[in-house]
Every structure is written in structure tokens, then in C-alpha cells.
Design a protein around this ligand. Structure first.
Ligand code: ADP
Length: 218
């Protein structure tokens, strides 16, 4: 079950991707999380990408392709995965097709949301430092409802950086959505609905692809 999630920053890829992965027993692979983790641990990769993340730009294609290539070869990703944050450019999408040769084309789920809700969602977003779950809207609890962990703000969830991330999306990722749209394993779902409705639509879209006999499954 190879699933790729695309959508604006704040469209719910992280939340929906994590829940889908849990429901189906496959890993959620988030390039944003991997890069933030590399920055936090001070690895060579982290030192190279830190300023790009701070600025809301995109790290170079060849660098992120190498990171994803290594991750997709790990044993837990062999039976399937949910990719969140990759591909983000056309060259990354072409590279992904190459990486998945013999493993089936990915189902591409486009989480469609109105651009005007994005900024509020992201600026109010708090991330649980233990389990990574996001909480948005007016804060109602001090601790994570799932695990009781404390919340932190993502360093790039500030208004100027969010604006630059949206520009990066419009310039690089929106054309990619159009490129995928004509393929047989592309499905757009309405990300403005309540979380549980989005989750249901997400499952339905992936299983609809399976039913149609397209080859996301080995
Ligand atoms: P968003 O909420 O903007 O979707 P992510 O957590 O997916 O954020 O990514 C955070 C940052 O990591 C991006 O702004 C970008 O700098 C970098 N990044 C993540 N994935 C990629 C990628 N596939 N290509 C280039 N840069 C990436």
C-alpha cells in the first residue's frame, strides 16, 4: 500500500497520514519530520538544511531524494508506506517513480483545502513533543489528549515563514498536483471536512484505487 499525500502546508497531511498509517499497520514517512529530527540531532544533513527550513524554502531535490531512497529501503517500508511531504517538485515525483519500480505506482491522495483556513490552522498549531500529534484552534488543554505530553510550536510555524512555505507550494508543488491529476491512481479529497470525515474519505479513496485494479499493491 504505497500512498503519497499532497496538499498545502496545514492541509492535514501529518494528522491524516499518521492515522491512516496506524489503521493499516504501515509506517508514515514524513520528510519534514526527518529533516527536523536531523536538525535537532545536529547531523551533517541537519546542519546543511537548517537555514532552508528556517526560511521556509525547499531543500535541494538530490539531497531529499537520497534521504527518501534510504528510508524506503528499510524493512518496515516494504509492505507499504504513507509519504507525507515528498514529492514536492516534479523532479522528486519522477525520482519516486524510479525508486518504486517493481513495487507499484503510488496512490496519490490530494488533500484539498481552502487557502484561507491554512494560515489560522498553522498559526494556532501546537505539536505534542511526545507523540507528534497536532492540536489546532483555540487551545483547550495544556497537555496532549492522546498521550498527556506537553506541546511545542514548530519553529517554522510563524507568519512570515508560513507565507514563504505557501509560495514554495504554489510554485513547485501545485504543478505537481496537476501532473498527477490525470493518472489513474490520483484521488482528490475534501480536507475542509471534520477530521473523521476526511479519514473516511481517505480510506475510501485508497480502496477505490485498489478496486479499480490499478497497481499500487504488489
Ligand atoms: P509543511 O507543513 O510545510 O507541509 P513539512 O513538515 O512537510 O511542512 O516540511 C517542513 C520543511 O522541510 C519544508 O518547508 C522544507 O523546507 C523541508 N522539506 C520537507 N520535505 C521536502 C521536500 N520533499 N523537498 C524539499 N524540501 C522539503
Amino acid at each position: 500500500m504505497n500512498v503519497v499525500l499532497v496538499g498545502l502546508p496545514g492541509s492535514g497531511k501529518g494528522t491524516q497520514g499518521a492515522q491512516f498509517a496506524r489503521r493499516h499497520g504501515i509506517p508514515k514517512i514524513s520528510t519534514g519530520d526527518m529533516l527536523r529530527d536531523a536538525v535537532a540531532r545536529g547531523t551533517a544533513l541537519g546542519r546543511e538544511v537548517a537555514s532552508t527550513l528556517d526560511a521556509g524554502g525547499l531543500v535541494p531535490d538530490d539531497m531529499i531524494i537520497r534521504v527518501v531512497d534510504a528510508r524506503l529501503q528499510q524493512a518496515d517500508a516494504m509492505a507499504g508506506f504513507v509519504l507525507d511531504g515528498f514529492p514536492r517538485t516534479l523532479p522528486q515525483a519522477v525520482a519516486l517513480d524510479g525508486l518504486l519500480e517493481g513495487r507499484g505506482a503510488p496512490v496519490v491522495i490530494y488533500l484539498e483545502v481552502s487557502p484561507d483556513v491554512i494560515l489560522d490552522r498553522i498559526l494556532s498549531r501546537r505539536i505534542c513533543e511526545s507523540c507528534g500529534q497536532a492540536d489546532t484552534g483555540a487551545p483547550t488543554t495544556e497537555y496532549c489528549a492522546s498521550c498527556g505530553g506537553g506541546f511545542v510550536k514548530r519553529a517554522d510555524d510563524h507568519v512570515d515563514v508560513v507565507r514563504r512555505r505557501v509560495v514554495a507550494y504554489v510554485e513547485n508543488t501545485a504543478p505537481l498536483v496537476e501532473w498527477y491529476r490525470d493518472g489513474p491512481t490520483f484521488r482528490a479529497i475534501d480536507g475542509n471536512q471534520p477530521l473523521t470525515d476526511v479519514a473516511r474519505a481517505f480510506d475510501a479513496a485508497v480502496f477505490d484505487c485498489m478496486k479499480s485494479g490499478h497497481p499500487p499493491f504488489r
